[in-house]
Design a protein around this ligand. Structure first.
Ligand code: MLT
Ligand code: ZN
Length: 476
């Protein structure tokens, strides 16, 4: 038996025969990323059912120098959860570890295995009359382990923070099979370095997250939302200031949507009508939520809109007047991502810039993209309240996706990143680095930062076996 055959039989002995697949036809859904941009190969895909099995798999791989790619719902937009085409790694998929272990209503926490999908986690919180506030479009497939490993953000970060802010404890299996655990649900614990946070945003390069303790919030009883027409992103930022002042902590969502993004998603959803007359150049989706009565929240939203109109920031608004309106608004926002994936030929730039410069960024980057590829549709949307926009130029309807990307991907991506950087921004606000942007770090991280990143990687994963060729640049 060669090493790979030995590995397969060792893995089968650990996880059981059916939980270890090897045929290419079976492994294909796991070796291909969500957007079908990366197609790799794997020795095997294993589906352990317990932390102990993960630990045994890792010990075996460590002592035999086998690489391991951890995988949750495989919804990464950065190629972060699939192996490359060399075929020298196994995929360790967490989907069988999908138990909610405990909901502690007094401590307002939930302990769960890493393979629980975000929508199941939210449903379990809801059942306990609580809210788990992370909200992203892929919630039906993405998993808590992946949400933590990528420090997921989404549409409620403005109010509740990202995954890093929502976690109180982590259990992770280290590359050598040892188990790190801080599953205690403490809000205060200053006993040295905050080790759990090392795993958050590490994209599976330092350890495999197997369980977590997450914070729960009071469950909102009312929600009030509107699509609002604004002249430009600068007006959006001024309106955001008003909304913060007038609505205080009830302000939950403040999402920007460009006219091109709205047109695309309306077409993708089969020709639904845009929420505002004449589909204005820019819109924001504002949502307030509260544990108080609906009337008071509605009044607060109207106050924001009136103040916005008086200040000349808001020219029109569509207020959700029923639950089905609210759902329709959210559908328009959340399906923008898939509308681009299905259309093909988009350059995804997930940038953040301080709020004071985000409007200038959008203007400058738009001008630059138009000079590179004038016919591009400007699919610009996202979490304006956090200074995070998905700035995703898309091929014109009559352009071919492949030639658009071949001719313009690099030029657009480089230009947008460098403009974001010139405003002290980040080239990856919430989607992570994966394989797509690892070498860009050479340009945008200081040598001190890169050195520290490598030192951390080498001390936790001295053999470089865990999620190889991800996050860290190819040149050390
Ligand atoms: C979103 O905000 O919709 C997500 O980050 C996904 C995406 O931009 O594709
Ligand atoms: Zn987003």
């Amino acid at each position: 038996m060669n090493l790979y055959e030995e590995t397969i039989s060792a893995l089968k002995a650990i996880v059981g025969d059916p939980a270890c697949i090897v045929e290419e036809i079976d492994t294909a859904p796991y070796t291909t990323d969500y957007r079908k941009l990366y197609k790799g190969k794997a020795i095997a895909v294993v589906f352990p059912s317990s932390t102990d099995q993960v630990s045994q798999v890792m010990s075996w791989c460590f002592s035999h120098n086998i690489k391991v790619v951890p995988q949750g719902g495989n919804t990464s937009l950065m190629g972060g959860a699939v192996p490359d085409e060399t075929g020298d790694a196994i995929i360790l998929n967490l989907r069988r570890m999908a138990q909610i272990l405990a909901v502690d209503k007094l401590n307002d926490t939930m302990t769960l295995q890493a393979g629980v999908t975000l929508s199941s986690a939210r449903a379990a919180a809801d059942e306990a009359n609580r809210l788990f506030p992370l909200r992203i479009g892929s919630e039906g497939s993405c998993q808590i382990g992946g949400n933590l490993a990528t420090n997921a953000g989404g549409t409620a970060v403005l109010r509740y923070g990202n995954m890093r802010d929502l976690v109180l404890g982590i259990e992770a299996v280290l590359p050598d099979g040892r188990i790190y655990s801080s599953l205690r649900g403490l809000r205060k614990d200053n006993t040295g370095y905050d080790l759990k946070q090392l795993f958050v945003g590490s994209e599976g390069t330092l350890g495999i997250i197997t369980a977590a303790v997450l914070k729960l919030m009071p469950k909102p009883q009312s929600a009030s939302a509107a699509f609002v027409a604004i002249e430009n992103p600068a007006a959006a930022i001024e309106l955001l200031g008003l909304a913060k002042q007038l609505s205080g902590p009830t302000l939950t969502t403040f999402e920007l949507v460009s006219a091109d993004a709205m047109t695309l998603v309306c077409e993708y959803l089969g020709g639904v009508k845009p929420p505002l007359a004449d589909n204005p150049a820019w819109m924001v989706l504002i949502e307030l939520t509260s544990t108080g009565p609906q009337d008071a929240l509605d009044a607060s939203l109207v106050q924001v809109l009136e103040a916005g109109m008086e200040a000349g920031l808001v020219s029109d608004a569509a207020i959700a007047s029923s639950l089905s309106d609210l759902q329709a608004f959210w559908r328009l926002r959340e399906e923008i991502s898939d509308a681009q994936t299905r259309t093909g030929g988009s350059v995804k730039c997930d940038v953040s810039v301080p709020l004071s410069h985000i409007a200038e960024f959008v203007d400058k980057a738009t001008t630059k993209v138009k000079s590179i590829a004038p016919a591009s549709r400007m699919i610009i949307y996202g979490h304006m309240g956090d200074g995070n926009v998905h700035f995703n130029p898309l091929r014109a309807a009559d352009q071919d996706a492949k030639s658009y990307l071949t001719n313009h991907y690099q030029a657009i991506s480089d230009a947008v990143d460098s403009i974001a950087h010139s405003f002290q921004g980040s080239i990856s606000a919430e989607h992570g680095i994966g394989v797509s942007k690892r070498d860009d770090l050479l340009k945008y991280k200081s040598s001190v930062e890169l050195d520290l990143m490598w030192q951390i990687k080498n001390s936790l994963d001295p053999k470089g076996l865990l999620n190889p060729k991800k996050v860290l640049p190819s040149i050390a």
